[in-house]
Write a protein that binds this ligand. Structure first.
Ligand code: SF4
Length: 464
């Protein structure tokens, strides 16, 4: 059973390395937590562009043979969890198009909220689409402005988009990285020892390929890297940013630095803030692994309570597993985490969790703990209640999916079967970071959407 919300996409690119595709393979490996449905790499030797994509995890899609075939010094790659477009190979990325003798490729993380209107206009103008992805719209817009030049044309195309995008693109001889003007999703630039450049969703991917982190791609920046070196164009941007705070809370790997902040240290500080807001008299503190681990460490440090790993994770659970019948279904929920009965029986415990979206998984876990005789269960959540949907690439896009949209905190506590429940306050959350409040998107907590929604926006429009 997948935890909800699920990850979405990770992107990676290399320019200037003789085995660019193999580096990209490792980069995608490091970003696997951002998408497990499909993976793909496109590589170029300056003349010829080759691609390989497939459904599944990075090591399931790639082998020595198909990586050896992806020759060249430029490559881009993508791991995907679908935020628009269904989960089929046709929608796997990078997406490659051919136009006026040129080969162009794109890999996209984020969600374009005016996609419906843009696609409708393009189709009425005669454009034919192969997929249901936002990314294909960007390619259509780009080639429409080719008369301005490849670089200026892309800049013009990006001004038409509303919403969240971090992109890597390539032509036969250029690697391009771009980020939306509000900087919703992370994207960083690194340099390898041989002088090659790497671009990645998160710095953990730079670490794996031994690229030194140089800087983040700025919101609104488009970076072009080719045999002339590196230069940038900028699309107009507002005075503020809208970094997705949920990247720091949940999505990004703890060893990454995103938005100029280390994720591990941020999460530990959340735990310390929770210790100030909600100290509990208990025997020990434990996380729901893995996402609650670092908050639990911070809470233990802040309260002086012992830290224990009361539930053990099965690291070999795949993306999906077969649930052959109703009677087997309960095993499915339990397969990922198993409690250490001898440690937990008769104890008063504090559990740290990063978020409660629907509450169904959490409820099952609490029931399991009660069944083995845990005396008291206090749950602390490291962010405020999720009351509003996300339209910028995170998969909780209707209020009906959010338990806190319809229930009070007391009702949630009762539904989950807890002795107490506390959510970190917005003030506590913001105190955990060194980034100013106005530079975050906090819309799923407070309903204040940094990019207004199109009237006709619907996540499912392409599926109809
Ligand atoms: Fe991130 Fe929430 Fe904003 Fe979506 S609404 S981009 S999940 S902070």
């Amino acid at each position: 059973m997948k935890k909800f919300p699920r990850e979405y996409c990770g992107i990676f690119g290399v320019y200037g390395h003789p085995e660019a595709a193999k580096l990209t393979y490792f980069g995608l490996y490091a970003l696997q937590h951002r998408g497990q449905e499909s993976a793909g790499i496109v590589a170029s030797d300056g003349k010829q562009v080759k691609e390989h994509k497939g459904m599944g995890l990075v090591p399931e899609v790639f082998n020595e043979q198909n990586l050896n075939d992806l020759t060249g010094h430029i490559a881009i790659g993508h791991v995907r969890y679908s935020t628009t477009g269904s989960s089929i190979l046709r929608n796997a990325q990078p997406f490659v198009v051919y136009y006026l003798g040129k080969t162009l490729a794109i890999a996209h993380n984020g969600n374009i909220i005016n996609a419906y209107r843009l696609r409708r206009q393009l189709e009425e103008d005669g454009a034919i689409f192969q997929s249901t992805m936002d990314s294909e719209i960007i390619m259509h817009l780009w080639v429409r402005y080719f008369h301005l030049g490849i670089e200026e044309g892309l800049a013009k195309a990006l001004t038409k988009l509303k919403g969240a995008y971090s992109l890597v693109l390539m032509t036969e001889n250029t690697l391009i990285a771009a980020r939306d003007p509000l900087g919703f999703r992370p994207l960083c630039l690194g340099k390898l020892k041989n002088g090659a450049y790497a671009v990645a969703s998160e710095t953990c991917a730079l670490d794996l390929v031994e690229a030194e982190y140089i800087r983040d791609i700025e919101p609104g920046e488009i970076v072009f890297i080719n045999d002339q070196g590196l230069h940038s164009l900028y699309v107009p941007k507002p005075s503020r940013c809208a970094h997705c705070i949920f990247e720091l809370i949940y999505f990004a790997r703890p060893d990454s630095q995103i938005f100029g902040q280390n994720v591990y240290l941020f999460r530990k500080q959340q735990g310390r803030e929770l210790a100030k807001e909600a100290p509990v008299d208990a025997d020990f503190v434990m996380p729901f692994p893995d996402s609650g681990n670092y908050v639990a460490l911070g809470y233990a440090e802040g309260t002086g309570l012992p830290f224990e790993m009361g539930m053990i994770r099965n690291h070999y659970v795949g993306r999906t597993f077969i649930q052959p019948s109703q009677t087997m279904r309960t095993f499915g929920v339990k397969v990922k985490l198993n409690p250490v009965k001898e440690l937990l029986k008769g104890k008063r415990i504090v559990i740290l969790e990063d978020s409660i979206i629907r509450g169904t998984t959490c409820r099952t876990r609490v029931k399991t703990l009660r069944a083995i005789g845990v005396k008291e269960i206090h749950l602390l959540v490291s962010c405020p209640p999720h009351r509003y949907p996300c339209y910028y690439g995170i998969d909780f896009s209707s209020r009906g999916e959010l338990i806190a949209a319809s229930k009070s905190i007391e009702e949630i506590r009762e539904y989950l079967g807890l002795d107490s429940l506390h959510y970190l306050s917005m003030e506590g959350l913001l105190r955990s970071t060194n980034i100013a409040q106005e530079n975050f998107c906090l819309a799923c907590f407070n309903g204040d959407y940094p990019v207004s929604l199109e009237k006709d926006f619907s996540k499912d429009w392409l599926e109809k």
